[in-house]
Design a protein around this ligand. Structure first.
Ligand SMILES: [Ca+2]
Length: 524
């Protein structure tokens, strides 16, 4: 076993890893004191000669856009064809309870990708995504990897991500086109060309391959669509007929499936006939199959060049998607289909063909990757490495998950139960849901009104509030007042005053409790 694999394996030993990281961190801190921005620039002179990075594993991160957690063949969907992602499942470790912490805006891709790149939590993430020339205010993955001697390459969506962070990669190529039969080879061609460059054998690389697929609009190749016709058309989700009363009066941005009869933008429930709904889902499956072929080309090239044996490959998605689950067609709820995402990790010395059920946040991935390659995690990173859980199926990374959607929704989830709190319709209504996910994985039966669950609901609300406080929810820092986007996250400070209302379905509030009576503009 070479030293590459040793590096990965040793990082999996928690105690040993921590000791090494502490020592490394000390030296890193001395080299690059905490000020953001110093990381990459200092590194270019001191470490980029390759000596400090010799032997470290390469990293290929493949980040899908709006991929449902149930649309990978080898993870239990017999209707979809994803043979190349299946290959990663067979050769790697799949985390089946990976969650995105939520969103401060309707465009949920942006905060998810920002959290992933910075390791900051939702309530502390940088918001400086405006000017083309600005630098990230918090260190990002590319800077950290460059500091460790890596050559870095971003190939992905432009906008709806943390653009200042993307621009810090050695090579940054934005790809804004809709993935289609016509352009499907452009991005994999670029990755393959990069892998063929002689430099790849000399210095470790980090590729973030993060194009906007299978995000709408859906434009599958005819040959892929043909796979999902007739009796091969995928079935609609088991909860597609369950209406979502909690969103009464709550307007949401629609996924752009209007060509399939999803109704006008902003409408919540789709009224499309079943035939149209199934047509749209088939198109989504077909786009995934086309995307999978392109991923296959990149994985094949890793094999052909011999780089695969020293490359960590990660496949994940920035968020999920409802496809008429609960009558919704979007990703702006905290149901499992919207915020749970696939996460598969394959690498030298890591287990193959295994699954993990422990809770992780997608944004835990950054410290995990740094951990796996033996690079200290900067103090700006708030999330934590789950690298030890890749090797040991018994370890618990997080006991529960807290998620937020703007000011309207909070959820707290343990292994069995999920509490969802709604504060919607511009503070005119609230609702509470409790699901037993072991008995009801599709979140169809709201138990919040059952008298025997009242104590659990009360306890979980308290736990949710505590978890929110720990993460900085209702953030009162300087950004909170200055930045309108962050201020849209206020939830608990408005929730507390309503404690006299018990859990249940939508309840209307007296006018005196209405905080923002005026209709606000929906951010994009
Ligand atoms: Ca997305």
């Amino acid at each position: 076993m070479g030293r590459h694999s040793d590096a990965v394996l040793s990082a999996l030993n928690l105690e040993e890893s921590r000791m090494k990281l502490n020592a490394l961190f000390l030296s890193m801190t001395l080299l690059f004191p905490a000020a953001p921005g110093l990381l990459a620039e200092s590194a270019s002179s001191s470490q980029r000669d390759g000596s400090a990075s010799a032997g470290k594993p390469n990293i290929l991160l493949i980040l899908a856009d709006d991929l449902r957690p149930d649309c990978i063949g080898a993870l239990g969907n017999p209707h979809i064809r994803t043979p190349n992602i299946d290959r990663l499942v067979t050769q790697g470790v799949a985390f089946n309870n990976c969650f995105v912490m939520g969103s401060n805006q309707t465009a949920v891709c942006t905060p998810s990708r920002t959290m992933l790149m910075t390791g900051r939590n939702l309530f502390h993430m940088p918001l400086d995504e405006g000017r083309p020339d600005n630098k990230p205010s918090v260190p990002v993955d590319f800077q950290m990897l460059r500091a460790a001697g890596y050559d870095t390459f971003y190939l992905g969506k432009n906008g709806r991500t943390y653009n200042p962070g993307c621009r810090t990669a050695d090579r940054c190529e934005f790809f804004s086109e809709t993935f289609s039969a016509k352009n499907k080879d452009i991005c994999p061609d670029k990755v393959v060309a990069y892998l063929r460059e002689p430099e790849r054998a000399k210095r470790p690389f980090y590729i973030s391959f993060a194009i906007s697929v299978p995000h709408d609009p859906l434009s599958p190749a005819p040959e892929d669509l043909a796979l999902y016709k007739g009796e091969n058309a995928p079935p609609l989700p088991p909860n597609e007929s369950v209406s979502h009363a909690a969103f009464a009066g709550f307007e949401l941005r629609d996924t752009n499936c209007r060509a399939f009869g999803a109704g006008p933008a902003g409408s919540l429930f789709s009224t499309a006939p079943e035939e149209k709904r199934r047509e749209a889902l088939a198109a989504y499956y077909a786009v995934m199959t086309g995307y999978d072929k392109q991923i296959g080309r990149v994985l094949d090239e890793l094999e052909h060049t011999g780089l695969a044996k020293n490359t960590l490959v990660v496949f994940a998605s920035d968020n999920g998607l409802s496809f008429w689950d609960h009558g919704l067609i979007h990703k702006q709820s905290l149901y499992e289909t919207d915020n749970r995402v696939p996460l598969i990790i394959r690498g030298p010395g890591l287990p193959a063909g295994q699954k993990r059920g422990t809770f992780v946040y997608l944004s835990d991935l950054l410290p995990t990757l740094l951990d796996l390659i033996g690079v200290p995690v900067p103090t700006s990173v708030e999330t934590k490495s789950f690298a030890p859980c890749i090797k040991d199926p018994q370890l618990v990374h997080r006991k529960n998950i807290y998620m937020a959607y703007r000011r309207e929704i909070r959820t707290f989830r343990d292994e069995q139960y999920k509490l969802v709190l709604y504060n919607v319709a511009y503070s005119k209504a609230r609702s509470t849901q409790l699901f037993d996910l072991k008995a009801d994985p599709y979140e169809k039966n709201n138990l919040a009104k059952n008298p025997e669950q009242a104590e659990r609901v009360r306890r979980m609300i308290a736990q949710a509030h505590e978890a929110g406080k720990e993460l900085g929810d209702d953030y009162q820092g300087k950004d909170a007042g200055r930045n309108a986007i962050m201020s849209k996250l206020r939830f608990w400070s408005t929730w507390d005053m309503r404690h006299e209302f018990g859990p249940g379905d939508v309840q209307n509030f007296p006018e005196k409790y209405i905080i923002d009576g005026t209709k606000e503009e929906w951010g994009d």
